[in-house]
Design a protein around this ligand. Structure first.
Ligand code: T3D
Length: 269
């Protein structure tokens, strides 16, 4: 039986659904553009960790309810924290853990960007492996407009997509990218009509969840490492991981299926 929407994350503001190997986490505070409260951030982290532990989960989707993906940090929550606030401790306890969890979970993570993704909400979308965006979606840098530094990996991801000058200008001017601009810049894999986003995201996630997901996880591990290293290091690490992938049941099944001219039946093992 499927879990109740809030039972895995501990909060209805981040809903969890599972079907056919795909776990979907939905930011669910639509009247506030899904802006993150602390409870939501902890629920998201809890949900991601549950996805990581559960072998039945073979692909993960993040999306938003209503007209936003997420507007990032709830700014009224920041006000309510008062003057004793440590921004550093807050980032380390919440956003940084989420970004690390997204990059380290060895399962494909797809962002179904249904509307505006602002501030750390855009950073969370950037940290996913694949982004599908609705035609009306936007990426709003936001931080500079409220006197903050880009965070949650924003200074790492955006210059890699756009180059330093375009990324710096966007952050300094509080600029936005439309879905089409984000696609042209290589940030978004596919732009789809708004009404088709949920189905197209589910179809891609379902396709990935039925694939050799152990190899997909190792591919993510290899690409994470290659992003920070030399070609020599990438060659060595690929060979190390290929030794692991080559011994999986899915590799054997993939080769047998090819030779027998039939579709493979992958199990993620
Ligand atoms: O330690 C730390 O926590 C630091 C971490 C920081 C991480 C960050 O993410 S900082 C950046 C925070 N986010 C923003 O600055 C974005 C602020 N929001 C906007 O710029 C705009 O709302 C949007 C571009 C996202 C959407 O614009 P629009 O015109 O479509 O909608 P709206 O009318 O502005 O918003 C609708 C409602 O959502 C409105 O509430 P109301 O008046 O109907 O009751 C608005 O106040 C609320 N809302 C939107 N974003 C936030 C928010 N409420 C709280 N916090 C928000 N971020």
């Amino acid at each position: 039986m499927a879990d109740a929407p809030g039972s895995v994350t501990g909060s209805d503001t981040v809903q969890y659904a599972f079907a056919d190997g795909v776990a979907t986490l939905t930011f669910n505070r639509p009247d506030k553009m899904n802006a993150f409260t602390d409870a939501m951030l902890h629920a998201l982290l809890k949900g991601l960790r549950a996805c990581e532990r559960d072998a039945a989960v073979r692909a993960i989707v993040l999306t938003g309810a209503g007209r936003a993906f997420t507007a990032g940090q709830d700014l009224s929550d920041v006000q309510d924290r008062g003057h004793g606030l440590s921004f550093k401790d807050h980032l380390e306890a919440t956003y940084n853990k989420i970004i690390r969890a997204l990059r380290s979970v060895e399962k494909p993570v797809i962002a179904g960007v249904n509307g505006v993704a602002a501030g750390a909400g855009a950073s969370i979308a950037f940290a996913c492996d694949i982004r599908l965006a609705a035609e009306s979606a936007k990426f709003a840098t936001a931080f500079g407009l409220v006197g903050l530094v880009p965070d949650s990996g924003a200074t790492w991801f955006l210059p890699r997509f756009l180059g330093y000058a375009r990324a710096y200008e966007l952050y300094a001017t509080g600029g936005r990218l439309t879905a089409a601009e984000a696609h042209a810049a290589g940030i978004v894999n596919h732009v789809v009509p708004d009404a088709e986003l949920a189905d197209r995201t589910a179809a891609l996630a379902g396709q990935l969840a039925n694939g050799p997901t152990k190899a997909f996880g190792l591919t993510k591990r290899a690409m994470n490492r290659a992003a920070a290293g030399s070609l020599d290091d990438a060659l060595d690490y690929e060979a190390h991981l290929q030794q692991i992938a080559g011994l999986t049941a899915d590799h054997g099944e993939g080769v047998r299926a090819f030779l027998e001219k039939r579709p493979p039946r992958f199990t993620g093992t």
